[in-house]
Design a protein around this ligand. Structure first.
Ligand code: GLN
Length: 209
């Protein structure tokens, strides 16, 4: 007699934190759930411990306003824990989150975590065209991807270790460097879950190592 359970692989869903200080963290939590992960909202440095049963397997830094993010990160004593976390574990930054992960930020300059070899120019598209919904070819399998841009930054430089997974108007908009992923758009606001699935796959592969 075959036991159905034996045919299924028993894999625990990756536990992925979403920084929940401001911005659209709830939409990311939903998207992660749909992509097969267990989302956990992160509001305190204790949530970012690097080892032990409570530790997270990865983290999303959502969109919002990166200057406000930095203020809240300092207020809530999260900056140090976050800096350590992004060096050790998979992270995905969207929009303001992408700005936080950058090596260098311009327009205006501000502090960042230097977790990816990218330079980012804030609010780079000008007032009229900074918010838009467009469909763009990507290196992900499947058709062009809907991308929602809201006061989007521009990745003005991507270093040699950075893989560009999609471009808009000649500039990278979805990039990967090892276990780190960043987008200047908001994949959590579209129904297509390919980008979150990619991140969940990165996290799951890292857990197995
Ligand atoms: N314009 C914001 C910033 O500079 C980012 C916008 C967003 O996350 N949607 O931080």
């Amino acid at each position: 007699m075959s036991n159905l359970r034996e045919d299924k692989k028993v894999i625990h869903s990756p536990r992925i934190g979403v920084l929940a200080l401001q911005g659209d963290f709830a939409a990311h939590a939903d998207a992660l759930r749909e992509a097969g992960a267990e989302p956990l909202l992160v509001r305190a440095p204790e949530a970012l411990v690097l080892a032990g049963p409570e530790s997270l397997d990865g983290l999303i830094l959502p969109g919002g306003e990166s200057t406000t993010f930095l203020k809240f990160l300092e207020r809530d004593r999260l900056l140090g824990a976050l800096a350590s976390f992004v060096r050790e574990k998979p992270v995905f930054g969207t929009c303001a989150g992408c700005i936080l992960l950058a090596h260098k930020v311009t327009h205006p300059a501000q502090q960042s975590l230097d977790a990816m070899d990218i330079d980012v120019e804030r609010n780079a598209y000008g007032r009229q065209i900074d918010s838009a919904v467009v469909e763009v070819e990507t290196k992900l399998p499947g058709p062009p991807l809907e991308m929602v841009y809201i006061r989007a930054p521009r990745i003005s430089r991507a270093g040699p270790a950075v893989e560009v997974l999609a471009e808009r108007d000649g500039f990278p908009v979805l990039v990967r460097q090892g276990n780190r992923l960043a987008s200047t758009f908001h994949p959590e606001l579209s129904l297509d879950r390919r980008v979150h699935r990619l991140f969940v796959d990165i996290v799951a592969a890292n857990v197995q190592q």
